[in-house]
Write a protein that binds this ligand. Structure first.
Ligand SMILES: [Zn+2]
Length: 204
């Protein structure tokens, strides 16, 4: 597997999908906490969104990940459940409004290849958390990869300035390694760019 600090691919404007639906459900506890654990975007999301950041939780459950939102320590827009959770294989959790800036990357972090090295990544990004221990033998399931790719395609269709998909590790290499070296980045990139997403029941 590759080095998470190198995980990035860009979304060619010419390949932007049309409308792409997303099988998501609002996570009530996270959503209720979101007003206190997110910020207003300085620019409207429709034009502001340039980047999607891929994270892994370094934990074993949706509830554990959501607890940080309730504690106002961090937040993210979607959460992809682990293999032993009921949502796995079915839907992704929406955990904060896309219109709000979630707190998933430190404001001082940047990378020159991501939106020209701009700071305050949260203001112009969306964050996805994948439940994964990031240790031992915990790999990522095919469904987790496909569901994450489906979120990216949904956002790519919706936000005309969305151009980059990156790991948290690329933006914060001194402090973060997620989604980890076990995350199959090239396979994930192919799922996004070649539209091999799961076809779920609420597709339009
Ligand atoms: Zn992260």
């Amino acid at each position: 597997m590759g080095d998470p600090k190198d995980f990035q691919f860009n979304l060619p404007a010419a390949a932007r999908p049309g409308v792409h639906s997303l099988h998501e459900k609002i996570h009530a506890a996270a959503w209720a906490a979101a007003p206190g654990s997110t910020s207003a975007r300085p620019e409207a999301a429709a034009s502001a969104i340039r980047t999607i950041v891929i994270h892994a939780t370094a934990g074993s459950s949706t509830e554990g990940a959501v607890s940080v939102v309730a504690a106002r320590r961090a937040s993210f827009h979607w959460l992809v459940a682990d293999e032993d959770e009921a949502a796995h294989g079915d839907f992704v959790w929406a955990t904060a409004p896309e219109s709000r800036a979630a707190w998933h990357v430190r404001n001082t972090c940047f990378h020159p290849d991501v939106y020209n090295g701009a700071r305050r990544v949260n203001d112009w990004s969306l964050g996805i958390e994948i439940v994964n221990a990031q240790r031992g033998g915990d790999g990522f399931s095919d469904w987790q990869l496909q569901a994450t790719a489906q979120i990216v395609r949904y956002a790519w269709a919706k936000y005309s300035n969305l151009a980059h998909v990156v790991s948290h590790a690329r933006l914060d290499p001194d402090r973060r390694t997620d989604p980890g070296s076990r995350f199959p980045w090239e396979k994930f990139e192919a799922l996004v760019l070649l539209d091999q997403c799961l076809r779920t029941t609420n597709n339009v």
